[in-house]
Design a protein around this ligand. Structure first.
Ligand code: PEP
Ligand code: MN
Length: 262
C-alpha cells in the first residue's frame, strides 16, 4: 500500500470490518435512535452511500436532564430488526455497567461516551467483555489520560479498543468543540490502537462536518463516526450537526478522493 505512517498493530474487527489496518472505516447513523422509521431510513441511506457500520444512541448522556434521554429498552426490538434487515452492525453507547448485558446481543461494539471516559468501573467491566469498545476522549481529558483510560479496558484482557477523538473544550466558542488533530497523530504513533475521529461532536456545525472528516482522513485516522439524520430539523438530539443523507453521500465521495490521494 502506501507509506507506513503508524505503528498501529491492533486490528479491531467489528461486524466483519477491520479497523486499524489499511482501511478507512465509516460508522454513521443518528445521534439518537428515535423511532423504527427514522432508524431504518437512516440505516438504509448511509449503507447505500458506503457506510460500513451503524451508530445510534439508545441511552443518551444529555447535558440537560430535561432533554430527550433516549428510548432505552423501548428501542431493543426494532433496533434488532433494523440491523437484521440492513445487515449492518451497530455501535452504541453504554452509560452504565448494567446496560452491557442488556444490549450485548444488539451491538457489535460498545461506545464509551466522552462523559464516561473516566468511569473506571465501566471501563473495567468492558475489559472483561468479548466485544470491542470505542473509547471517546473526555471533554477536557489530556491525551495521556485518554490513553491510560484505554488501559483499564485492555488490562482486563479485552484488546479490542478503538480510540475516538471527538473534540475538546478550548477557549473557542464559535464551534462546539475543537477537533484536536494533534491527538490523532499522537495516539496513532504512541499506542498500538486504531484511532478514529468524530467530526460531528468536534465541530457541531453541519456544514463543517465534511471538512473535518477529510482532515481526519488526511491526518491518518482509521475512520470516522458521524451523525446523520434524514430530517435534521426534527432530530431529538444534535440536529445542528447531523448530515442529511445527501450531505453524507457527498462527503463520502470527497473522502474517497482524499483517501486515494494519500
Ligand atoms: C454521541 O456519540 O452521541 C455522544 C454523546 O458523543 P460524546 O460522548 O462524544 O459527547
Ligand atoms: Mn450526538
Amino acid at each position: 500500500q502506501t507509506m507506513q505512517t503508524s505503528p498501529s498493530t491492533q486490528i479491531v474487527n467489528i461486524g466483519g470490518f477491520d479497523i486499524g489496518g489499511p482501511n478507512f472505516t465509516v460508522i454513521a447513523g443518528p445521534c439518537s435512535i428515535e423511532s423504527p422509521a427514522q432508524f431504518m431510513e437512516t440505516a438504509n441511506g448511509v449503507k447505500a452511500s458506503g457506510a460500513h457500520l451503524l451508530r445510534g444512541g439508545i441511552w443518551k448522556m444529555r447535558t440537560s436532564s430535561k432533554d430527550f434521554q433516549g428510548l432505552g429498552s423501548a428501542a431493543f426490538d426494532f433496533v434488532k430488526n433494523v440491523c437484521k434487515e440492513t445487515n449492518m452492525s451497530l455501535v452504541s453507547e453504554v452509560t452504565d455497567i448494567r446496560q452491557i448485558e442488556e444490549i450485548y446481543d444488539l451491538v457489535e461494539c460498545f461506545q464509551v461516551g466522552s462523559r464516561s471516559m473516566q468511569n473506571y468501573e465501566l471501563l473495567r467491566e468492558l475489559g472483561k467483555q468479548r466485544k470491542p469498545v470505542l473509547l471517546k476522549r473526555g471533554l477536557s481529558a489530556y491525551i495521556n489520560e485518554w490513553i491510560k483510560a484505554a488501559e483499564y479496558i485492555t488490562n482486563g484482557g479485552n484488546q479490542n479498543v478503538i480510540l475516538c477523538e471527538r473534540g475538546i473544550r478550548t477557549f473557542e466558542t464559535a464551534t462546539r468543540n475543537t477537533l484536536d488533530l494533534n491527538a490523532v497523530a499522537y495516539a496513532k504513533r504512541n499506542t498500538n490502537l486504531p484511532v478514529i475521529v468524530d467530526p460531528s461532536h468536534a465541530v457541531g456545525i453541519r456544514a463543517l462536518v465534511p471538512d473535518l472528516a477529510c482532515a481526519a482522513a488526511a491526518v491518518g485516522a482509521d475512520g470516522i463516526i458521524v451523525e446523520v439524520h434524514p430530517r435534521p430539523a426534527e432530530a431529538l438530539s444534535d440536529g445542528m450537526q447531523a448530515l442529511t443523507l445527501s450531505d453524507f453521500s457527498a462527503m463520502m465521495k470527497k473522502l474517497d478522493k482524499i483517501l486515494t490521494a494519500i
